[in-house]
Design a protein around this ligand. Structure first.
Ligand SMILES: *Cc1c(COP(=O)(O)O)cnc(C)c1O
Length: 376
């Protein structure tokens, strides 16, 4: 079975095999493993050891996002979240429920985020301390380049928090180029193609020092995670039991990432996956939701056929019988199905998947594959 979902993703046999061991998280060998992983991630992020640090946290991306919002914003601070899609909405909810003030702005979700909109909103409200943005919006499939946003945040003297959960590893990230960036978060199980259960933050050290005591939560406090690593004899030690097998598999996934050529190679493979899928869907008479120019390399949403025989659950179950697992829900306003292009998969897999879709649509008796009803 191959997963074609935007995380957790299909993993390679080496990554799976790395889980088949017992680990003691406070053992010196395990500490060394974690220290090496932190150093390797720092290099991938473009950070320098005197300005940035990498912090692991148990749990999924939402946990990392909550910890980032709690740590780098003081209670009552105000964050501007442009609503580019489902994950931006989630960031706004996490901040609100953590007792931070949230200002949202509605934007055209099928368009890269415009820096001017952010600049204007910051100029209009000097009490906004932070901007929160999603780099790869997994709801829509659109990529939002952090560079122009980071520039206007910097010019306005505010701070930036980036959710790069479905971007980091595949899309470029150079934290040193963004002085306004407090923290960027990601997880083990998306573009790094490892197991779920572990998240990471790449954070500015000066800001961690300045943000002690903000979190109001011991579990979700990156300042405390960092302080722990600095305690004598605490290098490489998590505060609480880590998912040790996940970390071991992540280390092997980093080996494969580096062997394959790092971020540029990963992006190239995902772009090839996306192109094979996008072209294949069009060849089948199906209609991707985004234009080719806007379509990012992480997830493709495809309009549901406007046919009485269409049934997403039935479609997913039939594809599963053929060895392909896609999401059984959709995140777009109009009915659609979503296919992830990330994971240990190739463009050949995408072509085989398209053939399976063709067969399944025929099995289901779907005559109109377009999102528009056929003329009677
Ligand atoms: C997957 C994802 C998350 C986190 O999801 P979890 O299920 O909590 O790991 C956050 N943001 C984006 C953009 C994502 O794609």
């Amino acid at each position: 079975m191959k997963l074609l979902i935007p995380g957790p993703v299909t993993t390679s046999p080496e990554v799976k095999a790395a889980m088949a061991q017992d680990f003691a998280p406070w053992d010196n060998d395990f500490r060394k493993l974690y220290e090496q992983v932190r150093a390797r991630v720092l290099a991938i992020a473009g950070g320098a050891a005197d300005t940035h640090t990498v912090l692991g946290l148990q749990g999924c991306g939402h946990f990392a996002a909550e910890a980032a919002l709690r740590t780098f914003m003081a209670p009552g601070d105000k964050i501007l979240v442009p609503l580019v899609g489902a994950y931006a909405e989630r960031m706004a909810r996490l901040a609100r429920e953590a007792g931070r003030q949230v200002v949202t702005i509605s934007v055209d979700q099928n368009r890269p985020l415009q820096a001017k909109i952010i600049a204007d909103a910051l100029a209009a409200d000097p009490s906004i301390s932070h901007v929160g943005m999603v780099y790869s919006e997994t709801g829509t499939g659109v990529i939002h380049d952090p560079a122009p946003i980071s520039a206007v945040v910097q010019a306005a003297g505010r701070r930036l928090i980036i959710d790069a959960v479905s971007a980091f590893g595949a899309l470029p990230m150079d934290v040193s180029a963004h002085p306004a960036l407090d923290v960027v978060i990601f997880t083990s199980n998306k573009c790094f193609e490892a197991m779920p259960g572990l998240s990471f933050a790449v954070a500015r050290i000066d800001r961690l020092d300045a943000c002690k005591g903000n979190a109001g939560s011991w579990s979700f406090d990156y300042a405390d995670v960092y302080a722990n690593l600095l305690r004598p004899n605490s290098a490489g030690v998590f505060r609480f039991t880590p998912p040790a097998q996940v970390l071991a598999s992540f280390s092997v996934a980093l080996d494969l990432f580096e062997r394959d050529g790092g971020q540029p190679a990963r992006l190239a493979r995902y772009l090839a996956n996306k192109a094979a899928l996008y072209d294949g869907m069009i060849a089948l008479g199906l209609e991707p939701c985004l234009s080719r120019a806007l379509q990012g390399p992480v997830i493709v949403n495809i309009h549901a056929p406007d046919d009485a025989a269409w049934d997403l659950m039935g479609f997913v179950d039939r594809l599963k019988q053929r060895g392909w697992l896609i999401s059984n829900f959709y995140n777009t306003p109009e009915p659609s199905f979503r296919v992830g292009c990330i994971g240990a998969i190739t463009s050949d897999d995408m072509r085989a998947f398209c053939a399976a879709v063709d067969a399944v649509l025929a099995d289901m008796g779907i005559r109109n594959r377009s999102a528009r009803r056929l003329a009677a």
